[in-house]
Design a binder for this molecule. Structure first.
Ligand code: FPP
Length: 245
């Protein structure tokens, strides 16, 4: 489906404001090369760097990536600690160069299950980048769409109990602003790599009207032109939001 030779001619005036990516295929990428899974995740982290930079160059405002799901704890201890080590390195590097690349970084998901040093690094990076004006990079860690909705329901129940809101005044905006993505626009485009065509508990509330693009490329092989093709496909979709033309 994706053709590296073609340079997709995208309309720079119609770039999605918010792109979400399920970065899938690191393990298969490593296996194909006879490498351990961690090497695939390392290559995946490098791809995340390149794709974030290119998204910023194209003028994308928000990029939300699925780095570790609530279900990923079921993987072997070795793989989980490999991903956590990569995350530590990623956070340290971004703390060092936080003013240079101008990204504003935030995390989605429940941080409490992460090691405390990782929670501290996340807080540091979020605070150091909060006034940056470039790409807003949202990294989903220990994130699950159902878990996010469950936490929001509990928060809203407490609001009702404390008289902050009356049940009849709870509307879609109230729910949206109780989620981890509070204040963010919904993604116009959701990309999943590696040929899998499912949502895997990612941004369940927020993708109600997103366009989905499934790429056969394994995440470490996903490049600038693949992002251009996904945007090209998005730009050629007929978005009706349930209405008629
Ligand atoms: C899916 O590939 C990928 C993950 C579960 C982890 C994603 C992690 C990264 C891109 C790198 C780490 C991120 C940061 C921010 C440092 P998979 O392992 O499910 O691949 P497979 O389906 O081929 O086995």
């Amino acid at each position: 489906m994706f053709n590296d030779k073609e340079n997709f001619d995208i309309d720079m005036k119609n770039i999605p404001n918010h792109i979400a990516i399920i970065m899938d295929g690191n393990g298969r990428w490593a296996k194909k090369r006879g490498l351990i899974r961690k090497a695939g995740h390392k290559a995946g982290a490098d791809t995340l760097e390149k794709v974030s930079r290119y998204a910023q160059k194209l003028g994308v405002k928000h990029l939300t990536v699925y780095a570790f799901s609530t279900e990923n704890w079921k993987r072997s201890d070795e793989e989980v600690s490999g991903i956590m080590d990569l995350l530590r390195k990623y956070l340290d590097e971004h703390i060092k160069k936080c003013k240079k690349d101008n990204f504003k970084v935030t995390m989605l998901g429940d941080p409490l299950r992460l090691d405390t040093d990782i929670q501290e690094k996340i807080k540091t990076l979020e605070s150091l980048t909060k006034d940056n004006t470039g790409l807003c990079l949202h990294i989903a860690l220990n994130y699950g769409g159902r878990d996010e909705i469950l936490r929001a329901v509990k928060k809203i129940a407490v609001d009702v109990k404390n008289g902050v809101v009356e049940p009849e005044n709870i509307d879609e905006n109230y729910i949206s602003s109780s989620l981890d993505t509070e204040g963010l626009p919904d993604p116009e485009l959701l990309i999943r790599t590696s040929g899998e065509e499912r949502i895997s508990n990612f941004l369940l509330w927020q993708i109600a009207y997103s366009e989905f693009v499934f790429s056969d490329k394994l995440w470490p092989d996903f490049g600038e032109n693949d992002l251009r093709e996904a945007i090209y496909m998005y730009q050629n979709r007929d978005r009706r939001f349930g209405g008629r033309k």
